[in-house]
Design a protein around this ligand. Structure first.
Ligand SMILES: [Zn+2]
Length: 402
């Protein structure tokens, strides 16, 4: 709850690293707290990354394992003046948030709440997100560090801790120094329900359509002006209504999604994100988007269109399938904590997808966070505790199997 109170919202329009200076407030706090519990090399750097090492306490040669989470919160919802509320011994009723009583976290919308009856949950107060994404992950890793240091009977190899800024704006690994980190494998703590783990993410591209119209003085524009803004509107209206979009797809289906539109009569730009679990399907979706746009452009021979694609991230399963023991050890750790391992593909990306392709295979572990990026965001304390326990088991599984 202390971490959630720190405003760490990242900014997709910023060119600096980190994208917002305020993220460092939490990074510095975490480095200091790690120092205070005896993780002596813990430090936050100029880009807002925190690196720390817990030394091995075994004679065995154990691979170096890193635990990673992000300090920033999503730009989609305010993260200023977050007031976390601890609901002790949750009674199973809908939760009305006090600072805006129109904000109700209902059991109907979030049936997973029922599994928390009798346990503690944490929500925001109605005006902001909570930031459990990913401060739940941060808290779990901090608690793990504290537990391991105060329980020398837990045998483990070298453990690395990495906190990153800017995950929510796709730049979480932009300035990460993997040489310095020197880990063999990693786990992000950025998942949802207790017992879930994720070894598969979307593959992702960004696509931009630029429309060049013809400008003229509006008073004398008859038969001359071709308004690029109106063409952009027509292209958006021509997109399929019942498929191909985030609002109409689930599970393993991909989509194309307009995320930004800007322009004047002379020139308009539409930015899209393109997503699918099969990397080769991205090209198919992009071809379909081009054909929708070209069909509209046919009606405007004086206007022109450009289409650009850039790669964002790739499905980490391609890497993890070659490193199955990273998953096998995690499953073993879950089972020791009487958790039922459940694998769910992430309809999004994590730092883990990028890290995996940078050479650090990195599946994702549950934290208990729910309704993320919204005022309804909540997290179950029991889930966070079970995640810490799973990590304590996990470092021991790695030690035993080495
Ligand atoms: Zn996250």
């Amino acid at each position: 709850m202390r971490y959630a109170r720190v405003d760490t919202q990242s900014d997709p329009h910023s060119e600096t690293s980190p994208t917002t200076e305020k993220q460092k407030n939490l990074s510095n706090m975490l480095a200091e707290e790690l120092q205070a519990i005896g993780v002596t090399d813990a430090h936050a750097n100029e880009f807002g990354y925190v690196y720390a090492t817990i030394s091995s306490n075994t004679n065995k040669n154990v691979p170096v394992i890193c635990f990673c989470s992000h300090v920033d919160t999503a730009p989609d919802c305010s993260g200023t003046h977050v007031k976390p509320i601890l609901h002790k011994n949750y009674n199973g009723e809908d939760i009305v948030l006090p600072d805006d009583t129109a904000q109700v976290i209902s059991v109907k919308d979030y049936p997973y709440l029922k599994e928390h009856i009798g346990h503690d949950i944490i929500t925001a107060s109605g005006l902001t997100l909570l930031g459990a994404d990913d401060k739940a992950g941060v808290a779990i890793i901090m608690d793990l560090a504290n537990y391991i240091i105060t329980h020398p009977e837990v045998k483990h190899g070298t453990i690395k801790i990495l906190f990153t800024p800017d995950e929510e704006v796709g730049k979480g690994t932009a300035k990460v120094d993997l040489k310095k980190l020197a880990a063999d494998y990693a786990y992000t703590l950025d998942g949802g329900e207790m017992g879930t783990y994720e070894d598969e993410t979307f593959s992702a591209d960004g696509a931009t359509i630029t429309i060049n119209g013809v400008s003229a003085h509006p008073g004398y524009a008859k038969d001359k002006m071709v308004n690029a803004i109106k063409i952009a509107g027509e292209i958006l209206a021509a997109l399929p209504k019942n498929e191909f979009s985030p609002e109409t797809t689930s599970r393993r289906e991909g989509y194309v999604h307009p995320v930004n539109i800007s322009g004047i009569a002379e020139k308009a730009t539409i930015e899209f994100i393109v997503r699918d679990f099969e990397t080769q399907n991205l090209t198919k979706h992009e071809a379909r988007l081009i054909s929708v746009a070209e069909n509209v452009m046919k009606n405007y021979p004086k206007a022109t269109m450009q289409f650009e694609v850039h790669e964002q991230y790739r499905n980490m399963k391609e890497v993890l399938d070659k490193n199955r023991h990273v998953i096998d050890n995690l499953i073993e750790a879950y089972k020791r904590g009487s958790l039922e391992p459940r694998n769910e593909p992430i309809r999004g990306g994590t730092d883990g997808s990028r890290l995996s392709f940078m050479g650090l295979p990195c599946p994702n572990v549950f934290t208990g966070m729910h309704a993320i990026h919204s005022k309804h965001e909540w997290v179950g304390v029991r889930d966070m505790e079970k995640a810490v326990e799973a990590l304590v088991n996990l470092v021991q599984v790695w030690e035993e199997k080495s």
